[in-house]
Structures are given as C-alpha cells and as structure tokens.
Design a protein around this ligand. Structure first.
Ligand code: G3I
Length: 410
C-alpha cells in the first residue's frame, strides 16, 4: 500500500514499512501481535492474508487451540491439532508465537475441574499437562501464560479447582513446574482489568510477590487489555500501573487488547475516541521500559468474541468486518511511527533518532470536494505523503488528517 511505501522511504535506511509490527520493532518493542482464530484462518483467505503478514503482526497467539480443553480433553490424551494451526501458520510466515494458556479455571475439561484431587494428585495432573504441552511447543514460545485469571474483579481470589486444592500455593507451584519444561520461554501471569490500578491490580502485585517469595520463577505480567471506549485510562495512568510491575523485576505486555464500543453502531466521534484509547494503551507500553509488546485479541471485527459476550457491544478491533483499517489502526500506527521516527507523540515523551530523516507534516486534509474521480470508502486512506490514490471520500465521510503519511475517510 502506498502509505507503507511512503513511510518506508521516511524510515530509510532501516527498511521499515508502515505496518504495525515493523513500526513497533522500530519503536523499541519486541513485537506487535494478534490472536489467531483457528477457524477463520482455515476458512477466510482475506483473514489469512493479513494475519500472516509479518510486517503487520510479528507474533501470533492461538485464540483457543492451546487451552486445556483442546490439548488434553481427556486425561492423558493429548491433541495438538488446533494449537498447531497457530504454531504452523506462524512458522510458515516467519512469525513468533506467544503461548496461551496452562493453568486456568475456564475452558478446563470437566475431568480436571470436577475431579476429586489431593495436592499430590493435582500436582501430578498439572505436571503431566505441562510436560506434554510445553514439551510439544518447546523452543517456539516467546512466552507462556502459565497462570491465567486467578483473581476476581473485586480483588478476591478466584474460586477454581486449583485454588480450592492448594490455596495460593498453586501459583508458585505452577511456575516451578513450568520452568522444568521450557527454560527459555518467559513465564507470565496474565489477567484482565489490571489496567484500572484498583483492588484487582493490588492483588496481582501480590501474585508476583507470592511467586517470588517462594523462590519460583516469574518473568512477566500480561495485561489483557479488554477495555471499553471512553473508559480506558489515560496513557500516563496506564504507564504508572505498568511500572508497579516492572518495579518488581518482571516485564509487562498487553496480551489481549481490544477496546469495545458499548453501543452499536458507533458514531464517527466514538470511532475517534476508540482510536485515542488505542493510542493511549500502545503509547503507555512505549513509555515504560520493560513493556515488551502489544497483542490485539483478533484484528477484525468480523470474528471478535466481544459481541457474543457483551450484549449490544462490539467493533472492538482495528480492522472492520470488511478488512478496512479503522481509525483505531491509524492511531496505533501513528503512535508507533511517532516513536519510531522521533516525532513527538501527542501527550507523551519521545526519543529522537538522529539518523532518521523526518518529513514536515502534511497539511490537514479536510476536502470532500465534488467532482469526478474515484471516492474512497469509509476508513480508507485518502491522503498522506507519497499517496496518489483517491482523495475524496464517499458521502458522508470526510478525509481527515491523521499524520504526515496518512489521512483517512471518517
Ligand atoms: O469449539 C466449539 C465448537 O465445537 C462449538 O460448535 C461452538 C458452539 O458454541 O463452540 C466452540 O467453542 C467456543 C470456543 O470459543 C471456540 O470457538 C466456545 O463456545 C466459546 O465460549 C469460546 O470462547 C472463547 C473464550 O475465550 C472462552 O473463555 C473465545 O473464542 C476467546 O476469544 C476467549 O479468549 C479469552 C482468553 O482466552 C482469556 N482472556 C479472556 C478472553 C476473552 O474471553
């Protein structure tokens, strides 16, 4: 796409395109990734084309395929068919994987959740599960979500078979066992609603403390980032929260980012707010040494889990259902490009890269002047340095300046 060509020229000699993973890496992150829907990648060529684009997504996560119900549906019987979809897709495209997840109360087969266990027998069950699953993916996972969602939203411990049998001892136990089976994978605690820095976040700090105090290895905390348009914390507050964990000596990452509209369809103003919220989340990661990457929980609104779970909510991702890039995509690319090129991001700090040639900002494009010629669709590109495509938008959308390389029909 011309936008990418233009930004690649700006970023020369780094041979970086304007796609999200390339920008993220240039901006100092390890990756920009996405969850991969196992069914979508097998059945939708457009989905597959984007999800396998390493410049856009440097890392994939199996949305469901590596969970316990998929990998060990009955005791001692292991199945990697679904998990391997992501691993094989990533391998073929030169992408990395995050691995998700081992000890979790959900998508846990009944034989585990309803079993009658002692500490010894459940330890053996977890050990066997990790030995097989981590062994199968050994050497491929940048990180494993070892324990997922052990805390309720009010900060109390979640009632699960693991908590009932072990109390909080299942936390260090799980990390100690995991370390045996893939010494190179980063071992993460992963949870949602940590972003608000409340009682749940305090308890997650305690999770890290408990694991470390027991002499068990923990390398990272995953902020899932299932957020709401207009209710997402500011970039500065998010960064403050991330730093509570990096201060404990662990890395952090956004692992399942999506920002849903509470009412559908969203207005254009709500789309812009969503873009700002995305920029604040990604920007906060850029602002914190020790925040290693951002993963979106799917990239297209076509397949998101959100509408099925939150009645009336939706459109939480960065591409729409027709694979057009949304304002949210542009915001993410802008905040990454700003850091990558040393341009000052809105409301944040910047790093100047002396060897990068900056272009002057293009004037804001606001024209939808009448006349002949092609018109760009909603969310489509309509301007930017080096761009030569349609500069008019289909009614009622307006060509709106985002950054020197990109204007978009909003
Ligand atoms: O595989 C079955 C299929 O055989 C069956 O016909 C169909 C009928 O409903 O269900 C299919 O399973 C679904 C599964 O996704 C695979 O598509 C489940 O019903 C559905 O509940 C399940 O939802 C997943 C959810 O986790 C379960 O908790 C979502 O796709 C997945 O996006 C979501 O991901 C979680 C993360 O793992 C952890 N953090 C929260 C995040 C969002 O809930």
């Amino acid at each position: 796409m011309r936008f990418e060509v233009a930004l690649a020229a700006v970023l020369a000699p780094f041979t970086v395109t304007a796609q999200l993973n390339d920008l993220a890496v240039r901006a100092g992150l390890k990756y920009f990734g996405t969850a991969l829907g196992e069914s979508a990648v097998n059945n939708d060529a457009n989905y597959k084309r984007i999800v396998t684009n390493k410049s856009e997504f440097g890392q994939l996560v199996a949305e469901n395929g590596q969970k316990w119900e998929s990998t060990e549906p009955s005791r001692g019987s292991f199945n990697y068919a679904s998990g391997d979809i992501t691993a094989n897709t990533a391998k073929a495209s030169g992408q990395g994987i995050r691995c998700h997840t081992l000890v979790w109360h959900s998508q846990l087969p009944n034989w585990v959740s309803s079993g009658s266990w002692t500490k010894d027998t459940l330890t053996s069950v977890i050990d066997t599960h990790m030995s097989n699953v981590m062994g199968h993916y050994k050497g491929q996972c940048y990180a494993w979500d070892v324990v997922n969602e052990a805390i309720n939203d009010d900060g109390t411990w979640r009632d699960s078979v693991f908590y009932r049998v072990f109390g909080t001892d299942f936390l260090p136990l799980s990390f100690k066992l995991a370390k045996k089976y893939d010494t190179n994978a980063k071992l993460y605690y992963n949870d949602y609603n940590l972003e608000y820095n409340g009682a749940k976040t305090n308890r997650a700090v305690e999770v890290v403390n408990i694991i470390q105090a027991a002499g068990a290895p923990i390398d990272g905390v995953g902020f899932q980032g299932h957020l709401i348009v207009g209710s997402t914390p500011s970039r500065a507050n998010l960064a403050t929260t991330l730093r509570r964990f990096t201060a404990l000596g662990v890395e952090v990452a956004y692992t399942e980012l999506d920002i849903r509209h509470s009412s559908m369809p969203p207005s254009s103003a709500a789309q812009v707010t969503q873009g700002n919220d995305y920029a604040n989340v990604v920007g906060s990661c850029l602002d914190v040494a020790g925040c290693v990457g951002v993963t979106v929980w799917g990239f297209t609104d076509k397949y998101s889990w959100v509408p099925g779970t939150f009645n009336g909510a939706g459109d939480a991702l960065i591409y729409d259902t027709n694979y057009n890039k949304k304002a949210a995509w542009t915001s993410v690319s802008s905040v990454l490009a700003a850091k990558a090129t040393g341009a000052p991001p809105a409301g944040g700090s910047s790093t100047t890269l002396a060897t990068v040639t900056k272009t002057s900002a293009a004037p804001a494009v606001t024209s939808t002047a009448a006349g002949s010629g092609p018109e760009q669709v909603r969310w489509g590109q309509c301007g930017g340095n080096g761009y030569t495509g349609p500069t008019k938008c289909q009614s009622p959308y307006t060509c709106t300046y985002s950054n020197p390389w990109y204007s978009q029909c909003l």
